[in-house]
Design a protein around this ligand. Sequence first.
Ligand code: NAP
Ligand code: F7E
Length: 344
Amino acid sequence: MKKALITGITGQDGYYLTKLLLKKGYEVHGIVRRNSQNSIGNLRYLSEEEREQITLHWGDITDNLFIDNVMKTVQPDEVYHLAAQSFVGFSFENPKFTYDVNIGGTLNMVNAVKEYSPSSRFYFAATSELYGKVQEVPQRETTPFYPRSPYGVSKLAGFWTVKNYRESYDLFMSNGILFNHESPMRGPEFVTRKITLAVARIYYNLQDCLELGNLNAKRDWGFAGDYVYGMWKMLQHSKPDDFVLATNETHTVREFAEEAFKVVGIDIEWEGEGVNEIGRDANSGKILVKVNPKYFRPCEVDLLIGDYSKAKRELGWEPKTKFKDLVKMMVEADLERVANGLKG
Ligand code: NAP
Ligand code: F7E
């Protein structure tokens, strides 16, 4: 039985990756940081049977003694390093913390592999945020990087740390340059989930209006369930390497919101510009979307669209879920959650 160690197991991708690896018969170990509620994040949505199969190790990735011990004890065949301070907006407010977790934590992980489990195959969660102010459209593995946030800079350091350990010590370490991927397990502060949750709450008259920041930002949004399969494929490959996973389709935040309201039968009509732009229910005239500058970022990534042809060619990976189906899946899941909440 193969053994996998997942950091960030309580997050969005941790949830889908755990399900995938359990299904494939892996012994799954996860790193969870302690909190006062002993909460296990998205792992609570796994079945009891699935949860019982996971071994949790309680600690923080910034603690190198803890990471060394886990690596020595578990001796995993595969390590999926997903843990990070992953919210770009928050990284502007807390750059030091973001660097400590995303750079320091990643260094702890690769070093523990080198010292205590050098035959482990290692996956690092790099990101399309490395491309930031894009130097080429669409972005691929050879596109020069230009990060635009403390988060992006921290992940750039992580990317190069992984590559440097791979080249210096002959370790199997791969970088997944993943474009935005979403799901019903997405944190509620990220724009897609913020929108789908608001649509469900507006539908049930629990909220009047949705406030957003930059409606013009364009993202390449895929489904997290498809992307964790790509992570696994990278570690089954004949050699370690760096791969873009994306859909090669891009949409504005405005389009995402429009599509999400459509799922509950509301057509949005837009008026005005910039901070004065509003979205009205075309039927009732009610204002459902407003712009609030507090959600603007000091530096924005305007356009992301990824070219995943290398992953397709070398790994046989392709995204399966289309944009409209992703939006529908997320709105429907939030409608159900909000309805269940109403039932108490
Ligand atoms: P997420 O939902 O924010 O999950 C992050 C995970 O990291 C959570 O389990 C969190 O634990 C854990 N974590 C944070 N700081 C930690 C620390 N100091 N010690 C131990 N665990 C810590 O992120 P995601 O969307 O699943 O993304 C997974 C990874 O892919 C992240 O590295 C992210 O930066 C990267 N990525 C994401 C996307 C995307 O679109 N989703 C795209 C490219 C790259 P808590 O539950 O305790 O907070
Ligand atoms: O923002 C704009 C915002 O926070 C997307 C992380 O998983 O993907 C994610 O980073 C866009 C930005 O994700 C709001 O300005 C408008 O242009 O959902 P987001 P992100 O910054 O793209 C990458 C690939 C990662 O690696 C990250 O870990 O939407 N936007 N209005 C808004 N964003 C938020 N959060 N909230 C708003 O109200």
